[in-house]
Design a protein around this ligand. Structure first.
Ligand SMILES: Cc1cc2nc3c(=O)[nH]c(=O)nc-3n(C[C@H](O)[C@H](O)[C@H](O)COP(=O)(O)OP(=O)(O)OC[C@H]3O[C@@H](n4cnc5c(N)ncnc54)[C@H](O)[C@@H]3O)c2cc1C
Length: 486
C-alpha cells in the first residue's frame, strides 16, 4: 500500500474501535493488594527452582503472587504439576485480550501462567500446515506465513493473541469460505492436569479431546501449540468507506441485504468499523467493485476512507492501527440474532440511546459481526464443532464500552446489562433470537457454554471428566467459561 494512502487510512480510521490491550486487563487487587500469602510464595519459589532455563521465568508482581512464563511445553508441564500438587490457584494467559477480570488474570492468591514465550510459527515443509504457539500475536503469525504465499484462518487484528482467540472460535476474514479458526485445526498439543503432554488429532487416540477443544475452551488443559491448516493467499481488494449518519437506516438495511445475498459469495466479507454507517468491504481477490457488495454501492454517496488492492499484512496495518495503550478498562457483551433489517435498526437505536447515558470519559463501540450460514455448514464439513451453530445467516452482536475512571465501573456495568436486556427483548419480540453466544466477545455473566445446547455441554463435561478427573482446571483455575459454573 503506498505510504500516502496508508497515512490517509490511519487518519481516517480514527473511527476504528479502540482496542483492548493486554495492558488494560484489569487484575483484581490493584497496587494496594494484600501481601502475598505464605503458601503462594512457597509455590512461586518452587516454580523458580524448577524452571532452571531462565532469566525471566518468574516475575514478582503486586497484583498476583507471581507470573510464570514457561519457555517451552516441558516447562508448562512442570508448572501444571507444581500448581496441582500445591493446590495453587492459577490463571492462563496467552495474549491477555479477554476483557473479563479474572479470566486471563488472577489476584495475589494465585499464579499467572503466561504463555508469551511460546511464540514460534513453523511452516511445514510441504507448506500445508503451520505449528503456532499460543503466545503469538496474529501479526507475527501472518508476517511469518504471508511472504511464503500462505496464511491460516486467524484473527482480523494484528496485536490480538492466538491462544484465546483459537479456543473461543475465532472470527477471520475467511469465515464464510473456511468456517471459524477452530474448524481449521489439524492438531492441538495440550498439557493435561497430570502434567502429561499429548497431541490430539481428529483420528488419533485423543480424538475426543480434539473435538472437545472445538468449543470447550480451557476446561481440559493448557494448549501449548495449534497446528493449523494453511491456504494460499494473495492480494485482497479493500474498500473502507463512511456513509453519512442520515443514511444510517438505509445502511443497516444494506447490511441485512448483504447477508441474504452478497454474503453467498464466500470470497466476500464485511467488517463494521465503528458505531454508525462505516464499513470495510473486503474481497479475497484483487477485483474492482465485487458484485457481492451491491447493497452498499446502491446507497449512493459516501466518504472514502481507503480503497486499495493489498496483502493480508496491509490489512493488518489498517485494522491494527489504533491499538491503544494506557490505563483503559473495557467491558462488553454479546447476543445472536437472525437477519432482520428492521431489527438491525431497532438494536442500533437501543445502543445509541443507552450509551448517551454513559458518564463523562466513557465511550461505547458497536460492531456487530455479520455471519454467513456457511460458517456453520463449513464447520460441519470440516469435522464439526461443539458450538451448536444454526445454518442460517446471523449477527453475532458485539459491542463494548471503554473507560478510565474506576469509580464509573458500576454505572458502566449497569448500562451494559441494560443494553443486553433491551436488545435481547427486542430480538425475542421479533422471534429472531438465536441461542448462541460468541465466547470471544461474551460478558462475565453470560452463560456461554449452555448456549451451545445440552448435548454439547454433556460432551464437554464428559471429556473434561476423562482428561481432568481431579478437576484441576475446575477447582484451581481462577475463572473462565468453565463447566463448574453451570
Ligand atoms: C482489538 C481486538 C480485536 C479482536 N478481533 C477478533 C477477531 O477478529 N476474531 C475473534 O474471534 N476475536 C477477536 N477478538 C476477541 C479475542 O478473540 C479475545 O479477546 C481472545 O480472548 C483473545 O485471545 P488472547 O490469546 O488474547 O486470550 P487471553 O485473554 O489470553 O485468554 C482468553 C481466555 O482463554 C484462556 N486461554 C488462553 N490461552 C489458553 C491456552 N493456550 N490454553 C488454555 N486456555 C487458554 C484464558 O485463560 C482466558 O480464559 C478481538 C479482541 C480485540 C481486543
Amino acid at each position: 500500500m503506498p505510504t500516502s494512502i496508508r497515512n490517509a487510512v490511519l487518519t481516517a480510521l480514527s473511527v476504528l474501535p479502540a482496542v483492548r490491550s493486554a495492558a488494560h486487563i484489569p487484575v483484581r487487587g490493584g497496587d494496594t493488594a494484600a501481601p502475598v500469602l505464605r503458601s503462594q510464595q512457597d509455590t512461586c519459589n518452587q516454580l523458580k527452582q524448577a524452571l532452571t532455563g531462565a532469566n525471566a521465568t518468574i516475575s514478582k508482581t503486586r497484583t498476583t503472587a507471581c507470573i510464570v512464563s514457561p519457555k517451552n511445553t516441558q516447562e508448562v508441564s512442570t508448572v501444571v504439576k507444581i500448581l496441582s500438587q500445591t493446590q495453587t490457584k492459577f490463571a492462563i494467559r496467552s495474549g491477555g485480550h479477554n476483557y473479563i477480570p479474572g479470566f486471563a488474570s488472577v489476584n495475589e492468591s494465585g499464579v499467572l501462567v503466561s504463555l508469551s514465550n511460546l511464540n514460534t510459527t513453523v511452516l511445514s515443509t510441504d507448506k500445508k500446515s503451520a505449528k503456532i504457539g499460543p503466545g503469538n500475536r496474529w501479526l507475527a503469525v501472518y508476517q511469518a506465513l504471508v511472504p511464503q504465499g500462505v496464511t491460516v484462518v486467524g484473527g482480523r487484528v494484528g496485536p490480538v493473541g492466538v491462544g484465546g482467540l483459537m479456543l473461543g472460535g475465532g472470527l477471520s476474514y475467511f469465515a464464510t469460505q473456511r468456517g471459524l479458526a477452530l474448524d481449521n485445526v489439524k492438531s492441538y498439543e495440550v498439557v493435561l492436569a497430570n502434567g502429561s503432554i499429548v497431541t490430539a488429532t481428529a483420528t488419533n487416540q485423543y480424538s475426543d479431546l480434539y473435538k472437545g477443544l472445538r468449543g470447550g475452551g480451557s476446561n481440559f488443559g493448557i494448549v501449548t501449540n495449534y497446528e493449523l491448516y494453511t491456504y494460499p493467499v494473495g492480494q485482497f481488494s479493500v474498500d473502507a468507506r463512511a456513509y453519512s449518519t442520515n443514511q444510517t437506516d438505509a445502511f443497516l438495511r444494506a447490511v441485512a441485504e448483504y447477508q441474504q445475498e452478497g454474503q453467498l459469495d464466500p470470497l466476500s466479507s464485511i467488517q463494521l468499523l465503528a458505531t454508525g454507517p462505516t464499513i470495510m468491504l473486503l474481497y479475497n481477490e484483487a477485483v474492482q467493485s465485487a458484485k457481492a457488495f451491491d447493497a452498499f454501492y446502491n446507497l449512493g454517496s459516501y466518504t472514502p476512507i481507503a480503497a486499495f488492492n493489498g496483502s493480508l499484512l496491509d490489512i493488518m496495518a489498517l485494522t491494527g492501527s489504533r491499538f491503544s495503550t494506557g490505563n483503559i478498562s473495557t467491558y462488553g457483551e454479546t447476543f445472536t440474532h437472525k437477519v432482520d433489517a428492521d431489527l438491525n435498526i431497532d438494536l442500533y437505536n437501543i445502543f445509541v440511546e443507552e450509551i448517551a447515558n454513559l458518564p463523562t470519559g466513557a465511550s461505547g463501540v458497536w460492531v456487530p459481526n455479520p455471519i454467513a450460514a456457511s460458517v456453520a455448514t463449513v464447520g460441519k464439513q470440516y469435522g464439526g464443532n461443539l458450538l451448536g451453530l444454526q445454518e442460517v445467516p446471523q449477527q453475532w452482536y458485539e459491542w463494548f464500552i471503554t473507560w478510565t475512571d474506576s469509580t464509573q465501573e458500576q454505572t458502566i456495568r449497569d448500562i451494559s446489562q441494560r443494553i443486553t436486556q433491551r436488545c435481547t427483548a427486542a430480538t425475542e419480540a421479533k422471534d429472531a433470537d438465536l441461542p448462541y453466544l460468541f465466547t470471544n466477545t461474551a460478558g462475565i455473566k453470560q452463560n456461554v457454554l449452555s448456549s451451545f445446547g445440552a448435548d454439547n455441554v454433556n460432551t464437554i463435561k464428559a471429556i473434561a471428566a476423562k482428561y481432568d478427573p481431579g478437576q484441576v482446571f475446575q477447582k484451581l483455575q481462577n475463572d473462565g467459561f468453565l463447566i463448574r459454573k453451570l
